[in-house]
Design a protein around this ligand. Structure first.
Ligand SMILES: [Zn+2]
Length: 253
């Protein structure tokens, strides 16, 4: 524990000295204590473990079966809430210590936590769009909490099937990915939290940033290049980080 506090104190010092710090989060920020459901959602949709199942081709050819398969994922919108990591990151942004959060997760929870500048590089399950007329709808507005609705979802304007705003296998990268790349170039510090960052093209994002910190329960591919690497559960590290920042503020005052 003492060793961890030392590392977290160092993290606080690095963060305070940085001019433009950004955070990159992955499925590991929810993995260790949320329901396995969330973990599955983020992992499955993020890594496309079953790319055959959720492809843009399948969506176009057979929206019924696409929705049959994907329907259970929609209910997680009502089942999950931001956790302590999401909330801590929103707080760090509020304090001006980080500028933005780039996330691999599609659960939309970082925005729900109150973060203002979020780049969802794999899209989000929170909204769906019409590929015909571009109308965007909030999932909460079209799927009630009891789940009773007709699938596939149809565009309220033109009646075509709606596509969840998650990047599917075979689709181009979302605009947020390119914006995140710009953000990473601009940053003088990137803190990678809860991601092994071993997948292309996401692993290109930290490459542009010369100061990297990794926080993950498991080793990551960037540990060797990192100026600080904390192999610990993100929730524990973020909790401690807020504590040491609080103490520092009290001491300064
Ligand atoms: Zn439409």
């Amino acid at each position: 524990m003492k060793k961890l506090i030392g590392k977290v104190t160092k993290l606080m010092e690095i963060l305070v000295k940085s001019k433009y710090a950004v955070v990159l989060t992955g499925p590991g920020i929810t993995a260790e204590y949320d329901s396995s459901y969330t973990k599955n959602l983020n992992n499955r949709l993020m890594t496309m473990l079953d790319p055959e199942e959720f492809t843009i081709g399948r969506y176009k050819d057979d929206p019924e079966s696409f929705y049959d398969l994907g329907a259970p994922f929609f209910s997680m919108i009502y089942e999950t809430a931001p956790n302590e990591v999401h909330l801590a990151l929103a707080e760090l942004e509020k304090q001006g210590l980080i500028k933005s959060v780039i996330t691999q997760n599609v659960d939309g929870l970082q925005k729900v936590a109150g973060s203002k500048k979020v780049f969802e590089i794999h899209g989000t399950i929170k909204t769906a769009s019409c590929t015909h007329c571009n109308r965007k709808v909030a999932i909460e507005d079209v799927i009630p909490e009891n789940g009773e609705c007709e699938l596939p979802l149809h565009c309220p304007d033109c009646g075509e099937p709606l596509k969840p705003d998650v990047r599917l296998h075979g689709e181009p990268l979302p605009e947020d990915f390119y914006k995140a790349k710009e953000e990473a170039r601009r940053a003088d510090l990137m803190i990678i939290i809860g991601s092994a960052i071993d997948l292309s093209p996401d692993n290109e994002l930290p490459a542009a940033c010369k100061n990297i910190v990794t926080i993950n329960a498991e080793p990551t591919v960037y540990d060797g290049k990192a100026i600080l690497s904390i192999q610990e559960k993100p929730v524990l590290v973020l909790k401690l980080l807020l504590e040491v920042i609080d103490k520092r503020d009290i001491n300064i005052k």
